[in-house]
Structures are given as structure tokens and as C-alpha cells.
Design a binder for this molecule. Structure first.
Ligand SMILES: *Cc1c(COP(=O)(O)O)cnc(C)c1O
Length: 377
């Protein structure tokens, strides 16, 4: 049987060469390759500073610490995300407070944020779901009215834009992931982008125990004693991971163009199938095209997952809403019915294989398999 993987990465010979040149050099940890990656990402996103870290989870955690969010504070976020988003809030000893999502995008509903604010609210973490940006203009207005920090979870949205705004430009910071299945990947990895120079300096210390000098600073200049002015974590990106990302960032426009083509093909092939709907794309925006999801009737969803798998097609669920995960129910007392729109999406969503190396005929095979499931009902 033909096998169509859920995801395949795009690492090419040039990327491998770059990694090899790090491996035969002296310096494996944070150094020149990380700096080159950071500068390339800053340039691509048109933000002033990028800080390379080991994951998006680490990026979110460090941003909360850098903006002094901690015990007793509440942070608004969405239940329609990967658990990393709200786990990072708990890592910072703050409390996640969920707000339901828009039915047509799955993104946090900006209209519902103010109802959830309390005296303790300090920040908002919007998630640009599947690559479609949240309404950042509206969220910025709310944040300014209530003196809140915005930390964007842009794990899906490196290529996204809405009304001329990219991730990191309206938020105080944006966090990216280079995990195995993301649009560009180093297996594991993350980054923080910000226009705030003071916080960027602080974040560079916080990613390395809170030390004020890195091994590279000590190696490339005369020996300098280091101090530890802050309490930090061990989240620094190394040169091996940095090297793996530089070429992918240079190719990002052509990789995204292929994703866009596949996106339109899926829409064409699926539009005729009864029982399947897809989310809307908002006007005046560029979709990051990270995940392609379809919605099917909830009573068929799990059967659809098995049917696709039986036909050799990789599928996933993005996401079962976070508030219904056992830990969240037990710790915060959340229940079914608390965020009905997120729950409805969670009950109906199926993610299909979607990556630049997916072939046209594979996409047609996937669409036809889906159609076959519904034809046989
Ligand atoms: C993948 C992902 C993360 C976590 O990224 P890591 O780099 O694995 O920590 C966070 N948020 C969202 C929305 C994600 O998809």
C-alpha cells in the first residue's frame, strides 16, 4: 500500500554542509552560526532582535519571566492550541485563563478577552492558529487599555501577515518553534523576536542561567569574569541547530509558495465533498499555511482518522482543547461546556498531510480517500 507521511522535512544538501562545517569547527555551542540565524530571522520578520533558544516552550517561558510575570498573575490565552502555550504560563508560576475562539478561524476571540480580565491579569498570549494571524490590532488596543503585555505564540506563523503586520511587530515579543513538524525545523529549536532592546539583552542572559557573558564572549575576547545578575534557565540554542536553520530561512519564500499551491489544490478537491468544511481565511492577510485542517461531523471524526490511516495516510488532531486535558481539569476545575467553540472544533477537526514535498498526486489521493469515506456512508 502507498504510504503518505503526515510530515516530511525540507533539509537539503546545503543545510547538511552547513551543519558539517560547524561539526568540524571548534565551537559547537551558542556562537557565530546562532548569531547568523538570529540576524537572518530578524531581517525576514523586520524586527530588531532575535534570541535563539531550544524550543518555543522555552521562548514563551523566558518572555513571561523577562516581563516579570509570575506567582499570583493571570495570563489570557486560548484553549485551541498545543498544551505548550499554557504550560509555559504554569512554568512561570502564573495562572492560565482561557478565552474561547472565533468559529470561523479558531483564533482567540478578541471580543471575549475583556470579560476574562481581572485585577491579576498581566499578559495575553494569542496563538496564530495553523498560520492565520489573530486580530492583533484589536488585541493591541485591549492590551494598551489595560496595561497588558502581549507575547505572541507564533509557532505556526513564521510566514504570516495580517493588515501589513507580521508576528513580533505589534506584540511585545513573538515566539517561534523549529520543532520537527514545523514549517522550518532543526528537530528541536525556538526563537524570540522583539523590538525591545532592553528585554532582548535580558532574554540573552535568561537563556543562559542569567549569566552576563556567554562562552563565546569569553572565547573570542580577552578573558572576562562573568556574573549572574538574574536567575535564568538553560535554554540557549547551539551552533549545530542554528546552522540547520539558516538555509531553510533563506528558502522560506519558495517553501511557502509551494505550501500555498497545495493549500489551493486541497480547497479545490475538497470543496465538492459533502460533510467537509474548512476554516475561513481573513481578508487582507497572508496565511502562514502551517497545517491544513478539515472539519467533519463529530460523529464521524474518529472513524475518518482510522479510515485515512488504514489507507496509509498520516493524520493528526490539532487540537483537543487544552482545558479538557486531565491535568487542566483537575488543577483548574475546567469542564466540558466551558469553551464550546473550541470544543466543537476539537471534536470535528482532522489535519491532513501538508508540506512542500507532498506531491500533487499524493494530495489528490488524500482528497479522494476522504471523499470515498463519505461516499460509502
Ligand atoms: C509546536 C508548538 C509549540 C511548542 O513548540 P516547541 O518548540 O516544541 O516547544 C507551542 N505552541 C504551538 C501553537 C505549537 O504548535
Amino acid at each position: 500500500m502507498r504510504k503518505i507521511e503526515f510530515y516530511r522535512h525540507n533539509i537539503d544538501n546545503e543545510d547538511r554542509e552547513r551543519v558539517l562545517s560547524v561539526l568540524i569547527s571548534l565551537f559547537l555551542t551558542t556562537g557565530s552560526a546562532v548569531k547568523e540565524f538570529e540576524d537572518t530571522l530578524s531581517g525576514y520578520l523586520n524586527v530588531a532582535h532575535t534570541v535563539g533558544v531550544t524550543s518555543c516552550t522555552a521562548a514563551l517561558h523566558l518572555c513571561l519571566l523577562a516581563w516579570n510575570i509570575g506567582p499570583g498573575d493571570e495570563v489570557i490565552t486560548t484553549p485551541m492550541s498545543f498544551c505548550a502555550t499554557s504550560n509555559a504560563i504554569i512554568h512561570a508560576s502564573a495562572r492560565p485563563v482561557f478565552v474561547d475562539v472565533e468559529p470561523h478561524t479558531g483564533n482567540i476571540d478578541a471580543e471575549k478577552i475583556e470579560e476574562a480580565l481581572t485585577e491579576k491579569t498581566k499578559a495575553i498570549i494569542p496563538v496564530h492558529l495553523y498560520g492565520q494571524m489573530c486580530d492583533m490590532k484589536k488585541i493591541r488596543q485591549i492590551a494598551d487599555r489595560h496595561n497588558l503585555v502581549i507575547i505572541e505564540d507564533a509557532a505556526h506563523a513564521i510566514e504570516a501577515e495580517r493588515e501589513g503586520i507580521k508576528p513580533g511587530q505589534t506584540g511585545d515579543a513573538a515566539c517561534f518553534s523549529f520543532y520537527t513538524t514545523k514549517n522550518i525545523t532543526s528537530g528541536e529549536g525556538g526563537a524570540i523576536c522583539t523590538n525591545n532592546a532592553e528585554k532582548a539583552d535580558l532574554l540573552k542572559m535568561l537563556r543562559l542561567h542569567g549569566m552576563d557573558k556567554s562562552a563565546s564572549d569569553r572565547y573570542t575576547k580577552n578573558y572576562q569574569h562573568w556574573d549572574m545578575p538574574h536567575m535564568g534557565w538553560k535554554y540557549n540554542m547551539d551552533n549545530i541547530h542554528g546552522a540547520l536553520l539558516i538555509g531553510q530561512l533563506e528558502r522560506i519564500n519558495s517553501l511557502h509558495a509551494r505550501r500555498k499551491t497545495l493549500w489551493h489544490m486541497y480547497r479545490e478537491w475538497i470543496s465538492g465533498v459533502d460533510n467537509i468544511t474548512i476554516l475561513q481565511e481573513v481578508d487582507n492577510s497572508r496565511h502562514g499555511c502551517h497545517l491544513f485542517t478539515v472539519h467533519v461531523p463529530s460523529e464521524n471524526r474518529d472513524e475518518v482518522l482510522y479510515f485515512m490511516q488504514q489507507h496509509g495516510i498520516g493524520v493528526a488532531v490539532n487540537y483537543s482543547p487544552i482545558h479538557l486535558l486531565t491535568y487542566y481539569r483537575k488543577t483548574f476545575g475546567y469542564n466540558k461546556g466551558d469553551f464550546p467553540i473550541a470544543e466543537d472544533i476539537g471534536d470535528r477537526t482532522v489535519s491532513l498531510p501538508f508540506y512542500p514535498l507532498l506531491k500533487d498526486d499524493e494530495l489528490i489521493c488524500i482528497s479522494e480517500t476522504l471523499r470515498k469515506y463519505f461516499d460509502n456512508r
